[in-house]
Design a protein around this ligand. Structure first.
Ligand SMILES: Cc1ncc(COP(=O)(O)O)c(C=O)c1O
Length: 360
């Protein structure tokens, strides 16, 4: 046997669930509805699909390694300098690269719990210690508690806004207070994977802060509202010197040609994004109202998923829903359901009514 790092033995691994075709075959159900990974329920924009098809003949060449044109398109999109943008194959890969560039043994990172599990995984892969800080009674990040948890050896603080899996968000004032409380030697990674879906008027992106402060970086993704999860493309924004240091562990040619081309085309259709955000908000409201109507606790969400509490055991309820052809994700005492198309949302609610012991 080769020699493996023993400190990775206990690493929690990201659980993506079984392929949908496998579930379909095992259960003998053809029409499976997947509401487990917060993907866009609709296909990439038609213009994006055409751009991908048109570029198929170019993939014998390596991609543009710095994603030059995509970074340029993103800089125009956000009204920032191109050097303030760093592109990678999914925002998760950027979080990992950033962790590898900052975290090592004898250092620690601060994360909220529950939040996106990849923060703890990335920190552990880099060899660091993970300090969990519970979210507050309103299921939001607690900036004061997170700042207070920082130790002398802390190098990164992860902040998910809006948060996965709760769907809650931190208003602008919370982030300003956090940044004021965190020492400048600690990198604050603010993950805004779901920012496009937010409709709350007091939400503000931390992008302006990231452009101002050496120790603040914001990540975004094309995996959600743009519907490009299968292509893997995300980006970070911050001070050029900070981004340069964080990208050192990134492999060359990391973001594929098709991913870059698709993302550039996707940015040309802001009207379609507006449409999707509107549809998502309607679906989110429908799910929350219907779940509450069944006597279940639901956390107010600003994302494309809803966290709710089944009356019975969450794992058993999720399994029963699976047998009805609907895949959701149990999380502790809760279940997370992604907002689907209207048909998928109704399928989920119908399935729920067929499952015993789920309504209060
Ligand atoms: C908070 C958060 N960040 C990032 C991601 C993944 O983004 P990407 O597909 O760009 O790696 C997810 C996906 O579920 C997420 O929930």
């Amino acid at each position: 046997m080769p020699t493996f790092r023993p400190d990775l033995d206990g690493l929690i691994t990201y659980n993506p669930g079984k392929p949908i075709e496998e579930v379909s075959r095992e259960l003998g159900i053809e029409d499976i509805v997947k509401l487990a990974s917060n993907e866009s329920p609709t296909e990439p924009f038609p213009e994006v699909q055409s751009a991908i098809a048109a570029a198929a003949g170019t993939v014998h060449r390596y991609p543009e390694t710095s994603a030059y044109y995509l970074a340029e398109a993103l800089s125009a999109h956000h009204g920032i300098e191109r050097d303030s943008v760093w592109v990678g194959p999914g925002s998760t890969s950027l979080l990992l690269s950033a962790s590898l560039a900052t975290v090592r043994a004898d250092t620690s990172v601060v994360v909220a719990r529950p939040s996106f599990v990849m923060y703890s995984i990335a920190a552990a892969i880099a060899g660091g210690d993970v300090i969990d800080v519970p979210i507050d009674a309103d299921h939001r990040h607690d900036p004061e508690a997170m700042a207070a948890a920082i130790r002398d050896d802390t190098v990164v603080l992860f902040y998910c806004n809006p948060n996965n899996p709760t769907g809650t968000y931190s208003p602008a004032g919370d982030i300003d207070r956090l940044v004021g409380l965190v020492p400048e030697r600690v990198l604050i990674l603010i993950d805004e994977a779901y920012a496009e879906y937010v409709t709350a008027p007091d939400y503000a992106s931390a992008i302006p802060l990231a452009l101002e402060r050496d120790n603040v970086v914001v990540t975004r993704t094309f995996s959600k509202v743009y519907g490009l999860a299968g292509l893997r493309v995300g980006y970070a924004m911050g001070k050029p010197e900070t981004l340069q240091a964080l990208r050192r562990p990134q492999v060359p040619f990391a973001t594929s040609t098709l991913a870059q081309i698709a993302a550039i085309e996707a940015l040309r259709h802001p009207d379609r994004v507006v449409e999707r955000v509107k549809e998502n908000a309607i679906g989110r409201e429908l799910l929350a109202t219907e779940l509450r109507g069944r006597g279940l606790a639901v956390i107010d969400s600003q994302t494309n998923f809803v966290l709710w509490r089944p009356a019975g055991d969450p794992a058993a309820t999720a399994s029963a829903l699976l047998h009805e052809g609907v895949i959701v994700r149990p999380m502790g005492p809760w279940i997370r359901v992604s907002v689907g198309t209207e048909r998928e949302n109704r399928r989920f609610l119908h399935a729920l009514d067929n499952v015993p012991d789920t309504t209060g």
